[in-house]
Design a protein around this ligand. Structure first.
Ligand code: SF4
Length: 383
């Protein structure tokens, strides 16, 4: 697990509101670049004049002649050249972008019009528009050759036209980056909004939209919102009529597993034209912990259902991936669709995995799963 936030220690009085800033570890960075960067010192003072100098946790600031503004907590010593962070006057540092990672996900809001039983980011009815403001700064600091980047919430489309404007900014600064946006899709049931989104014209921008059941009542129950199913399906239809990339995401749990094959038949017959279907294991975090007994089912107990679901979708020629699952808990017929998907910063393995010969191919677990519950049927590979 790689920590993505912590408290820095101010060394020159009160904390300062630095905002969004790029990290550099190059003491000889070009002065024009250095002026807008935070330099992380491992003991040396930089030759260039940086906006701010931050000492690693193991550095004694006195050893570098008082030229240091802040000190990192040890859990943030991993910060690297090209990373982007936000530092606020309460001394809270949040890592917004890690250059070495291909799994950067940018939180746009914690507000949502769903209240899903298994929400990993429980909604908060707060003004968190600072997240949007920070993201606008962040986009300008992300390297243009970044391969992919994700946007998540909450529900990003609650920003309305400001969301559209943000994605236009993304297109301008990152025209060659694969963009993935998590949304419940309901906003796109408004064809005018869908048209505005389509007009952005980014060549590789996909919406990941959850659909949890073919039964509208069951989907609406899982997301705790009336009329959600109808609006989500209409949103998907509108987006595809405008040639937009759409992925359907299905989180697998006790509430929907018995209808999973029916849902896959519904998708194959009615939404065959979507670009990708992701069948996803449960992350035991957020509301899932509170609703654990309602949601948890051992993946070992549904592996045959998963095989059948994959078979239905692939036999219709659909592009399918199985995410967030463990190699020893899926049948061999699922392997062509099996993906290592858990973001590097929260990916761990169980004690039982030690010595497993397929550990490097296995997606492993969310760190929260190791803490709060995982299958009792792990079977390490021995050759
Ligand atoms: S035992 Fe091996 S296959 Fe099973 S979860 Fe651990 S690493 Fe993956």
């Amino acid at each position: 697990m790689i920590p993505l936030h912590g408290k820095v220690i101010p060394l020159k009085g009160q904390g300062v509101d630095i905002g969004v800033i790029k990290i550099s570890r190059d003491p000889n960075a070009h002065p024009v670049l250095a002026a807008d960067c935070a330099f992380i010192s491992n003991g040396q003072l930089p030759a260039s004049k940086f906006k701010i100098v931050i000492a690693q946790s193991n550095v004694n600031p006195r050893d570098i002649n008082g030229g240091v503004d802040l000190q990192l907590p040890f859990e943030l010593d991993h910060l690297s050249e090209g990373d982007v962070v936000s530092i606020r006057s309460d001394n809270r540092l949040r890592v917004l972008f890690r250059k070495k990672s291909h799994q950067n996900s940018i939180l746009l809001t914690e507000r949502c019009n769903h209240y899903c039983l298994m929400c990993s980011q429980p909604p908060k009815d707060v003004d968190d528009s600072y997240l949007m403001a920070e993201t606008k700064e962040l986009i300008k600091l992300i390297p243009e050759d970044t391969i992919e980047i994700g946007f998540t919430g909450g529900e990003p489309t609650l920003y309305g036209d400001e969301f559209i404007a943000l994605m236009q900014l993304v297109k301008n600064y990152l025209p060659n980056t694969a963009i993935h946006i998590l949304s419940n899709g309901r906003a796109f049931s408004d064809i005018d909004f869908a048209r505005k989104y389509a007009a952005i014209g980014h060549k590789d921008m996909m919406l990941g939209i959850p659909l949890y059941s073919d039964d509208p009542d069951q989907h609406n129950y899982i997301v705790q919102s009336e009329n959600a199913f109808n609006e989500t399906v209409k949103g998907i239809l509108n987006l595809k009529s405008l040639n937009q990339l759409v992925e359907i995401r299905v989180v697998l749990h006790k509430q929907n597993i018995t209808r999973l094959t029916k849902l896959c038949e519904f998708i194959a017959r009615n939404l065959l034209f979507v670009d990708h279907v992701a069948l996803m294991g449960l992350e035991i975090i957020g509301f899932t912990r509170a609703n654990f007994d309602q949601l948890w089912i051992d993946p070992y107990d549904y592996k045959d259902i998963l095989s059948e679901a994959v078979h239905i979708l692939t036999s219709y020629g659909m592009n399918v991936s199985v995410y967030n699952s463990q190699l020893c808990l899926v049948n061999a017929d699922v392997l062509p669709c099996y993906r290592k998907s858990i973001s590097d910063w929260k990916n761990e393995y169980a004690p039982e995995c030690v010595g497993c010969t397929k550990l490097s191919e296995c997606g492993g677990f969310f760190a929260s799963g190791i803490q709060h519950g995982y299958s009792k049927h792990l079977k390490p590979f021995i050759s």
